[in-house]
Each structure stands twice: as structure tokens, then as C-alpha cells.
Design a protein around this ligand. Structure first.
Ligand SMILES: [Zn+2]
Length: 464
């Protein structure tokens, strides 16, 4: 791999531990690999890679408090010796239900085992990446031992000892990526243990989706034979390039579609280099700076969605692109690049009275730029006799794009810029149309439709 692994930080956390569990000090190594270099191999520098044939495969995990999110995998995902291959693969991870506070898992190793390491792995591009938990351990032999203490019961009152607390959230910056944690003991063994209790918290107080995507938990005995999990992931294929004299940086990732590498490099790259700066210039607003790092990645897990955008990523459905290379492929990326520049943020910048940009404009503006500025020659957003009946100004995508083009041409050349600036500021209001054109959006919509009706169904043609 030619890329340098970027690691957010390696923290060693020392926790005093009761001699019942161990004579020495528990050490927590944690490490993060950022999303853009993470692969299915979970290749950390210091934290060991996930293994199979570890004691956890004999362990039985039980949910003792909290609810599993049914969009995720079962508890067996933690010990199946298989890793997620992509950064957002709910079914390959165990996680607690969205909106909940987290919960507790207990691993029963079936017998008392001298433990060498407990390693936990997670992967997600956002707040589901980091791990926040407290780990308790027990040999199960203390008087009054409770094997399944609910939240509300301090495990240390019923036969457990806290081994350590883990928190891999970065102090600032993005939290996503692969997080690996290795809990070990400075003198070798974590102690002779049978039960482990993971008391797992959500990673963010105000993000209901901040439930860690746990992909694997390895519990490794002193005598375990640990075999690294073979990565099923292909080696990454990425190309980097810049635009606008180095102002914008792009990565093309065709790892899952090597056959598209040449097309992406030769056809897509010049379009991105040319059009990203143009889109930024078309959609300015006060105090706004567009993203300077964008990754365009091909995926094979997008179902029927041709392309999408989120954060700094444009996602391209490899199967759809193969079919559309000569037709819609390039234009669809232009559309997604507009989404990256829009950066509307759900109206959050508008303060308490902030408004969300209506969905038909969120999609109409990218299609306006795509069909009327990038590829007008394809006439892909025409109103025809066939779609005239569906021609409402707020019908979204191409139809709204046609409406925006018509208003721009006939009433206000700066209309799209104004709408975008308002959407970005969380300040979109219908009065904006009247301010720009002297007419309400409904009036404009009626006028636009009449224009097309007269064009497509001239009065003499309707004579019987
Ligand atoms: Zn879109």
C-alpha cells in the first residue's frame, strides 16, 4: 500500500486494577484509521488485527440490557471471524437500537481462562465509529455473583471488577473510520476470568444514531492460537488529482470496480476537474467555502440507486455505471457534485427559525446545472407532449430543472444563485420568488406550464 496510514492517536490508559483480577496494570491501546484509507483488512499499526480461533469463538454473548438494532446483525457477528468489508455495512455489525442509551453485553467463556488480550473493532464513517464502554470481568466465583446485572446495578456490587474504561472519540475533528482497541496487561495476563461485561454507551449525547458498529470482539487466551482473519477485501485502487490549480483535491476509488478505473481516469476525471470549480462559482454565498476534498467512489452495495452524495463522498453504483457509460454516467456525477457544493445542512444554519430547502429544489438545482449548463445538447430535461401532464414546477429533478431554466431565462438570471444561498443559510422562504421576479412561485409555475402547453398543443392542432 503506497498510502500512509493516518492514525488519529494512540492512547495508553493506565487503570489500577484489583489484585483479584490482575497483579499489574491494565493497558488500553486504541487506534483509528481514517475512512479514506481504511480497508477490510483492519490493518492497524499497534492494535493487533482481528483474529479467528480466539477464545471468544467459544464464548457465548448475551444481551443483558438494551435492545439490538434490527437493522444490524445478531450478537454472533461479534465472534464470527468475519469482518465488515465496507465502512457502512449495518448487517455485518452488532449495534444497539438508534435512540437508545446503549446497553450491556456479557461474554461467558464457558470456563475460567487466563486471558492475554481483549480486542474490539468497529467501523463507520461517522458517529458509529468510536467505541465508548466500560469493561468488567469476573471469574464467577465471588459470593453473590450476578451473571447478568442490569443497568442500574453497579457490577462491582455483585462479583465483578472493572478492568478499564474505553473511549476512542477524538477530541475534535471527524470521528469516523476504523477504531481498534486492545486491552492487555503490562505483565502478560489479564487474569483468570470466565465472564466479561461490556457496558456500552452511545457515542454522542445528541446523535440518536451514535451507536457503535461493533464488527468483531476478540477474547484471546494465553494459550489461544490466534490466526489473523484473511481480508476478503481486494487491494485498494485509488487515483488522486487536483483542480483549480491545486485548490481542490479529489480521489477516485475504483477498488470494487477495477474495470471502471480507466474510464474514471480518462473520462470522469476531466469532467470533475472542469466542473467542480464551475459549480462552486455558480453557487456562491456569503462566508461559504466549498469542500476542498472530495472522494468519488464506486460501490456495489447500492441496490437500485444510481449515485448519491454524502459528506465529502460521491457514491457511484458500479453496476449502473457500467450500463450508462455512454449515456448518463458523467452527468449523474455532475448532479452529485452539485449536492456536495449545496451543503444545505437541513436548515441548521438558520437558527431557531431556520427552514429546510424544499426537496424539489434540492434535486431541481443539480438537475438544472446538469441538463441546462453541463449537457444542454442532450436535451435531457425537455417538457414534451409525453410528460406535459406531469409538468408541475415542484415535480422535482428534470421537470423542476426545466422550470428553473425557464424562470432564469425569462425573469431573473440570478434566481438559482439566490435560491441556493437561501437554502444554504437555512433561510429559504416562498417570498423569495416574489422578491426576485415579482410573481409567486405558483404564478410562475402556471405561466411556465401554459408556455409549454401552447408550444406543444397549438390551438389549431386541437381543432377537430
Ligand atoms: Zn440528487
Amino acid at each position: 500500500m503506497s498510502e500512509t496510514l493516518r492514525i488519529w492517536g494512540i492512547t495508553a490508559l493506565l487503570t489500577a486494577v484489583s489484585s483479584v483480577v490482575s497483579q499489574g496494570a491494565v493497558q488500553v491501546l486504541s487506534e483509528r484509521i481514517e475512512s479514506d484509507v481504511a480497508t477490510g483488512a483492519f490493518a492497524f499499526r499497534q492494535v493487533p488485527a482481528p483474529v479467528r480461533l480466539d477464545a471468544a469463538e467459544k464464548a457465548t454473548f448475551t444481551l443483558v440490557d438494551g435492545q439490538r438494532d434490527i437493522n444490524g446483525g445478531e450478537l454472533t457477528k461479534l465472534t464470527d471471524g468475519r469482518l465488515p468489508q465496507q465502512e457502512d455495512q449495518p448487517a455485518e455489525n452488532f449495534f444497539f437500537r438508534a435512540g437508545s442509551a446503549g446497553g450491556r453485553l456479557v461474554a461467558d467463556l464457558g470456563d475460567v481462562v487466563a486471558l492475554r488480550q481483549i480486542n474490539t473493532y468497529s467501523w463507520h464513517p461517522g458517529s458509529r465509529g468510536p467505541q465508548v464502554y466500560r469493561l468488567y470481568a469476573s471469574d464467577g466465583q465471588a459470593p453473590g455473583f450476578q451473571a447478568q446485572p442490569q443497568r442500574g446495578t453497579d457490577p462491582e456490587t455483585c462479583g465483578w471488577k472493572m478492568l478499564t474504561a474505553v473511549d476512542t472519540r477524538p477530541k475534535d475533528g471527524e470521528a469516523g473510520g476504523q477504531h481498534g482497541v486492545s486491552i492487555r496487561e503490562s505483565e502478560g495476563s489479564l487474569g483468570r476470568l470466565r465472564f466479561l461485561l461490556f457496558d456500552i454507551a452511545r457515542t454522542s449525547g445528541d446523535d440518536p444514531f451514535g451507536q457503535t458498529f461493533f464488527g468483531e470482539i476478540d477474547v484471546i487466551g494465553m494459550d489461544s492460537v490466534a490466526v489473523p482473519i484473511q481480508s476478503e477485501a481486494p487491494p485498494p485502487i485509488t487515483r488522486s488529482f487536483v483542480a483549480d490549480g491545486g485548490r481542490y483535491h479529489f480521489t477516485l476509488d475504483t477498488t470494487v470496480a477495477p474495470d471502471l478505473t480507466e474510464w474514471a481516469d480518462q473520462k470522469l476525471r476531466p469532467v470533475v476537474q472542469d466542473w467542480y470549480p464551475k459549480i462552486v462559482a455558480l453557487l456562491p454565498s456569503d462566508g461559504f467555502t466549498a469542500r476542498t476534498n472530495v472522494t468519488i467512489r464506486f460501490r456495489n452495495d447500492m441496490g437500485g440507486t444510481p449515485a448519491s452524495a454524502g459528506g465529502r463522498f460521491v457514491n457511484c453504483n458500479a453496476g449502473w455505471f457500467r450500463r450508462e457509460l455512454q449515456r448518463e454516467a458523467l452527468g449523474s456525477v455532475v448532479h452529485e457534485l452539485v449536492h456536495i457544493v449545496q451543503s444545505y445542512g437541513g436548515g441548521r444554519r438558520g437558527g431557531p427559525n431556520g427552514t429546510r430547502m424544499p426537496g424539489w429544489l434540492v434535486e431541481g438545482i443539480p438537475d438544472y446545472i446538469r441538463w441546462f449548463l453541463y449537457e444542454p445538447q442532450t436535451k435531457g430535461a425537455e417538457i414534451t407532449a409525453r410528460n406535459l401532464d406531469r409538468a408541475r414546477h415542484d415535480a422535482s429533478y428534470r421537470i423542476s430543472a426545466n422550470f428553473l431554466d425557464w424562470v432564469t431565462t425569462n425573469h431573473d438570471p440570478k434566481l438559482v444563485q439566490k435560491l441556493n444561498a437561501a437554502g444554504r443559510a437555512g433561510a429559504y422562504r416562498e417570498e423569495l420568488w416574489k422578491g426576485a421576479t415579482g410573481k409567486t412561485v405558483e404564478e410562475l409555475g402556471t405561466e411556465w406550464r401554459r408556455f409549454h402547453e401552447q408550444r406543444l398543443r397549438p390551438p389549431e392542432a386541437s381543432k377537430d
